[in-house]
Design a protein around this ligand. Structure first.
Ligand SMILES: NC(=O)c1ccc[n+]([C@@H]2O[C@H](COP(=O)([O-])OP(=O)(O)OC[C@H]3O[C@@H](n4cnc5c(N)ncnc54)[C@H](OP(=O)(O)O)[C@@H]3O)[C@@H](O)[C@H]2O)c1
Length: 252
């Protein structure tokens, strides 16, 4: 049996990825603070299961507890495990010098520490049980270029790219066959973009440009982008360990 664990499956890109994986006949476990609508129904019609675990990924103890619950219910027969570290936050969007320390700390916990902890725990579990593991984390173009007002977001997404490349060489050295990759999804029409558009020009100087992306319908829909991620994730033979995949190489 193939299982996928998706963080932030309640909305946006994570919801689309969960739906598409269920439709492919893969069991899905979602982890987020709120419950998604309709995924249980899609699972039923696809003869697989969808389970939701409520967890604040900004709290490492909650992640450990959630991992324990998931692992304790797994019987024999799990052959493949896909991990999609999708959940992230963009805020605080502001100039460095204006942010609250607690907001910065929470941002780093959700965007950097949670994907590392999730990968660490589930990779260990997979290796100990002989389950094939493919781990992915959603990154951003902001990992590769500085954006004024996004010092936290650019930094945490850059950390994801280096983490991915490092874990990949470890798995290669050990010859496990397990793979990890990062996926840069481009700009999509989600709640995260709404938050970006709500910033003031003092906080985020490019806010008008981002408003124009919405007005000019330049934001991609999450089902289209999610389809690219799911194709990469499930094409194990051609998956390049440690690669930072960019959606722009797949969609015009
Ligand atoms: N949208 C874009 O244009 C864009 C561009 C480049 C990269 N990305 C990346 O794409 C990924 C998906 O973004 P999106 O646009 O789909 O975002 P979104 O619509 O804001 O959805 C974010 C998801 O993450 C979950 N989440 C956030 N904080 C969480 C927390 N503390 N604990 C548990 N779950 C949490 C949310 O679930 P709950 O609220 O239910 O907890 C939600 O399901 C992110 O990694 C983002 O950085 C997005």
């Amino acid at each position: 049996m193939k299982y996928a664990i998706i963080t932030g499956a309640s909305k946006g890109l994570g919801y689309s990825v969960a739906k598409l994986l269920l439709e492919k006949g893969i069991h899905v476990i979602g982890i987020s603070r709120t419950e998604p609508d309709g995924l249980k129904k899609i699972a039923e019609t696809s003869n697989v299961t969808f389970q939701q675990f409520q967890c604040d990924l900004g709290d490492v103890e909650e992640i450990e507890t959630t991992f324990g619950k998931i692992k304790s219910q797994w019987g024999e027969g799990v052959s493949d495990l896909y991990l999609v570290n999708n959940a992230a936050v963009v805020e605080p969007v502001d100039q460095a010098m204006n942010m609250k320390s607690s907001d910065l700390a929470y941002h780093v916990k959700v965007n950097t520490i949670a994907p590392m902890v999730m990968t660490n725990l589930f990779l260990r579990e997979a290796v100990s049980k002989g389950i094939r593991f493919i781990g992915s984390t959603v990154t951003s173009g902001a990992a590769e270029r500085p954006v004024s007002g996004w010092s936290a977001y650019c930094s945490t997404k850059a950390s994801i790219n280096m983490y991915t490349e490092t874990v990949a060489i470890e798995q290669d050295e050990k010859g496990t066959g397990n793979k990890v990759f990062a996926f840069s999804p481009g700009i999509m029409d989600t709640g995260m973009q709404e938050k970006i558009r709500s910033a003031s020009p003092d906080e985020f100087s490019a806010v008008e440009t981002f408003k124009s992306y919405k007005e000019n319908k330049a934001l991609k829909d999450t089902d289209t982008v999610g389809g690219v991620l799911v194709d990469i994730l499930t094409d194990e033979a051609n998956l390049e360990n440690g690669k930072i995949y960019h959606v722009k190489d797949y969609l015009s």
